[in-house]
Design a protein around this ligand. Structure first.
Ligand SMILES: CC(C)(COP(=O)(O)OP(=O)(O)OC[C@H]1O[C@@H](n2cnc3c(N)ncnc32)[C@H](O)[C@@H]1OP(=O)(O)O)[C@@H](O)C(=O)NCCC(=O)NCCS
Length: 223
């Protein structure tokens, strides 16, 4: 498939049988075939569509997801549609639908926000909203694919993010792909009856190159 971004399988650690790349097949003559913006071995990114609105609204309002997201207010259908319709209008924001190739299911959304053309930086956001899809490596692959897009397609130099100190699943994901903790805003959020620290992480293009340039299959993954 030409024109798509693909994480080589050898950059994802030793592939289990189920992790082997299985390319999404596209036939230009069939409108029913998936729309693929870029792809990894097990997920691909596509534009968000208005038809996705009910799922996205469910995920963003879900108490379990919301506990870890920095966004607080409830989002109704009108606001969610507005968000989807705003996509693609500016080069400062790239939000994708994340689709698991297995079953061709939308499992979440992820993106690069506040893309700064002068400082060559952006803020990464991710929500694997479907609970059944969590803890199965999709989050890590999604972050890797976003980073590859950030550095190799948008020519960024820095990708940063904020994460609640209680969000161990996310922290583990970011650390695994090489994000470095740069700071801690103490008691920055109030959640579940107590204050929670906010950690700031970032990954530079040089970190990425150092970590993923070599050919070793295990390069880039540390336990
Ligand atoms: C955070 C999130 C992106 C992680 O994606 P995921 O697909 O669930 O995570 P993965 O399967 O890729 O796992 C990544 C790592 O976290 C670990 N992990 C999974 N569940 C965990 C848990 N409950 N506690 C601690 N670590 C956990 C995994 O074991 C894996 O580490 P390993 O390779 O050492 O085993 C996803 O769960 C999500 O979107 N959650 C809801 C919204 C959110 O928190 N967004 C991030 C806001 S900053």
């Amino acid at each position: 498939m030409s024109g798509t971004l693909t994480i080589p399988a050898n950059e994802l650690g030793p592939p289990a049988a189920s992790l082997r790349p299985s390319r999404v097949r596209i036939s230009a003559s069939s409108p029913a075939e998936p729309v693929v913006y870029c792809e990894g071995p097990r997920v691909y990114f596509r534009p968000l569509e208005l038809e996705d609105e009910p799922l996205l609204r469910r995920w963003i309002n879900d108490p379990v997801n919301r506990r870890y997201l920095l966004h607080r207010p409830p989002l109704n259908a009108a606001r969610e549609r507005e968000f989807i319709e705003s996509q693609g209008k500016t080069a400062a924001d790239y939000t994708f639908g994340v689709v698991a190739k297995q079953g061709d299911r939308l499992i979440g959304s992820a993106g690069l926000h506040r893309v700064d053309p002068v400082n060559r930086s952006a803020v990464l956001g991710i929500c694997i909203g479907e609970h059944a899809a969590k803890g199965r490596g999709y989050g890590r692959e999604t972050v890797r694919l976003l980073l590859q897009f950030a550095f190799e397609e948008l020519n960024l130099n820095r990708v940063e993010l904020s994460v609640l100190a209680e969000n161990w699943r996310a922290i583990r994901t970011y650390q695994k792909v090489g994000f470095v903790q740069e700071g801690c805003a103490r008691q920055a959020h109030y959640r579940g009856g107590h204050y929670v620290d906010e950690y700031r992480f970032a990954l530079l293009r040089s970190d990425w190159a150092e970590r993923y340039a070599a050919d070793s299959p295990r390069n880039g993954e540390s336990d």
